[in-house]
Design a binder for this molecule. Structure first.
Ligand SMILES: Nc1ncnc2c1ncn2[C@@H]1O[C@H](COP(=O)(O)OP(=O)(O)O)[C@@H](O)[C@H]1O
Length: 176
C-alpha cells in the first residue's frame, strides 16, 4: 500500500493547527497520524528546561528528531507545531501555514489563559508573519501554502483543499 504524505502543519499558537489536524485526520483518504509536537515533547520529556514565567519548554531538538524519524519514515503523518524550521527539509511533502487576524488571535489566546506577555509575543509574531517567513526559508516554495483560519467556513475549505492535494499526491506516488 502507498504510504501517506508527511504534512507539516504550522502557524502561531491559536491559529487553529490542532483543529485543522483533527478534521484532516478524519477526512483524509489515507490514514494520517496527528502528532501535536508540543504535547509529544512534554509527554516524552524531550525538553531541556521549563520556563515558569513564559510557560514554555526548551526543546531538545536532537532527541525530538531522533524520536520522530521512524514515524516520518512510515509516512502518513501530520506534524502540528508552532515552528517548522527544526524538521529536515526532506521530511515534508506539504507545509501548511495557518494565519489569523490578530484581534481574533488575541481572543483565542486569552481564552486559553496564556499570560499577557505570551499573548503579546504571539500576536506580534503573527503580525510580523514570523512562521510564514520561517516556512518559506526552510522549504521549497512549491510545497508551502498559506491558509487563513478565522472561521468555520475557512476551516472546512482549507481541509477540503488539503484532502484534494492528498488525493493527487497519492495518484502521483502510485504512478512513479
Ligand atoms: N478556522 C477556525 N474557525 C473558528 N475557530 C477556530 C478556527 N481555528 C481555530 N479555532 C479556535 O481557536 C482556538 C485555537 O485553536 P487550536 O486548533 O487549538 O490552535 P493551535 O493548535 O494552532 O494552537 C480553538 O478554540 C479553536 O476552536
Amino acid at each position: 500500500m502507498t504510504k501517506g504524505p508527511v504534512i507539516v502543519l504550522t502557524g502561531t499558537p491559536g491559529t487553529g493547527k490542532s483543529t485543522h489536524a483533527a478534521l484532516l485526520a478524519n477526512e483524509s483518504p489515507v490514514p494520517l497520524k496527528h502528532i501535536n509536537v508540543s504535547e509529544w515533547v512534554k509527554e516524552r520529556g524531550l525538553f531541556e528546561t521549563y520556563d515558569e514565567e513564559w510557560q514554555s519548554y526548551t526543546v531538545d531538538e536532537d532527541r525530538l528528531l531522533d524520536d520522530l524519524e521512524p514515524l516520518v519514515a512510515e509516512g502518513g503523518l501530520i506534524l502540528d507545531w508552532h515552528t517548522c524550521e527544526v524538521f529536515p527539509e526532506r521530511w515534508a511533502d506539504l507545509v501548511v501555514v495557518l494565519r489569523c487576524n490578530h484581534t481574533k488571535l488575541w481572543e483565542r489566546l486569552e481564552k486559553r489563559g496564556y499570560p499577557l506577555k505570551k499573548i503579546q509575543e504571539n500576536n506580534e509574531a503573527e503580525i510580523m508573519q514570523v512562521v510564514l517567513e520561517e516556512a518559506r526559508l526552510s522549504y521549497p516554495s512549491e510545497i508551502v501554502v498559506e491558509f487563513d483560519s478565522e472561521g468555520m467556513e475557512q476551516l472546512e475549505s482549507n481541509v477540503t483543499k488539503i484532502v484534494e492535494w492528498i488525493t493527487i499526491w497519492l495518484k502521483n506516488q502510485e504512478n512513479r
